[in-house]
Design a protein. Structure first.
Ligand SMILES: C[C@](O)(CO)[C@H](O)COP(=O)(O)OP(=O)(O)OC[C@H]1O[C@@H](n2ccc(N)nc2=O)[C@H](O)[C@@H]1O
Ligand SMILES: Nc1ncnc2c1ncn2[C@@H]1O[C@H](COP(=O)(O)OP(=O)(O)OP(=O)(O)O)[C@@H](O)[C@H]1O
Length: 270
């Protein structure tokens, strides 16, 4: 048994927070999309489940026992163990659903190697609100707490995308806690492009309150004249979409010249 998967970086092309629920979670409507790059996972058959981490952001994951990769493995019945190596290329607590994407990749590995149990969606949602979307890693609309998924016409596939993160971790819970209440309203109607162009990220304002550098990233991305720039998820990563790789790469060079300390990733939307 030898399985490999990319844990595709998740971005929220739009995220409208609708209401706070009694249990503290928030009702939302979001347009999920995925970049064709991210963490890399390799699995080999083993007499027991094992886990090791390499890569630029391995140091941010200090306790392997509470890693979502192991939680995803434990929730999925299999006849044999798997030894997993995770190459952690995505920043942690960054709004890119990095841990959720890793869990999604484990679900796809187990699906390919052994098949998934019928209730895999329930098992995925228990690991985190973003995990069900990360299993298929295809552009879709999420409702409820983000786990009720609907297809959408994806007219953004292949668009050049640039991700920028200030290397400041921002946890999801505190950003939702700073959300001002009210209602961001429903997602706009139409294709993925319509929803992206006409939508917002309602968590941008609370994220900027906690992490003001997010506003600087958005300002610098907008200088590069993308189709649009927005924060992803609860931040602090922001992204911009471009009509060509050349425009995106020039934007990347502009940002690297003024802020060489900011993390960047280039790719295309799936
Ligand atoms: C911000 C998003 O990434 C957008 O895709 C998600 O809504 C969050 O997804 P996630 O990180 O997988 O979320 P979870 O791990 O389930 O929750 C982390 C914390 O975020 C808050 N949370 C999360 C999802 C949601 N709909 N409402 C919330 O208020 C809760 O305080 C929760 O304790
Ligand atoms: N494999 C993993 N990769 C990243 N974080 C993990 C992993 N396993 C556990 N975690 C923990 O999960 C928390 C959230 O990390 P993650 O990178 O998934 O957040 P995020 O990018 O903010 O996600 P979201 O977009 O859902 O808000 C971190 O505190 C981290 O310690």
């Amino acid at each position: 048994m030898h399985l490999t998967q990319t844990a595709y970086a998740k971005i929220n092309l739009a995220l409208h927070v609708r209401a706070r629920k009694e249990n503290g979670y928030h009702e939302l409507e979001t347009l999920f999309a995925f970049v064709d790059a991210g963490d890399r996972l390799v699995a080999h058959g083993s007499n027991e489940d094992r886990f090791s981490v390499t890569g630029e952001f391995a140091g941010a994951l200090t306790n392997p026992f509470d890693n979502i990769v192991m939680q995803a493995l434990f929730t999925l019945p299999r006849p044999d163990g798997l030894a997993i190596t995770l190459e952690k290329n995505l920043p942690v607590a960054a709004g890119l659903g990095g841990g959720s994407a890793d869990a999604g990749a484990i679900f796809r590995m187990v699906r390919d190697g052994y098949g998934l149990p019928d209730d895999w969606r329930v098992r995925a949602a228990k690991l985190g609100a973003d995990v069900p979307a990360c299993v298929e890693s295809e552009t879709c609309v999420g409702r409820g707490i983000g786990t009720e998924l609907e297809p959408v016409e994806n007219d953004l596939a292949g668009m050049a995308v640039l991700l920028v993160n200030p290397r400041v971790a921002l946890s999801t819970g505190p950003v939702f806690a700073k959300w001002g209440g009210g209602d961001d309203g429903p997602l706009p109607q139409g294709t993925a492009k319509d929803i992206f162009i006409n939508g917002i990220n309602g968590l941008e304002e609370p994220a900027v309150t906690l992490c003001p550098i997010v506003a600087d990233i958005l300002e610098q991305l907008r200088v590069t004249r993308p189709m649009a720039a927005r924060m992803s998820g609860s931040g602090a990563t922001c992204f911009a979409l471009y009509n060509s790789d050349e425009e995106r790469d020039m934007a990347s060079q502009h940002i690297a010249a003024i802020r060489p300390d900011w993390w960047q990733m280039r790719g295309h939307l799936r």
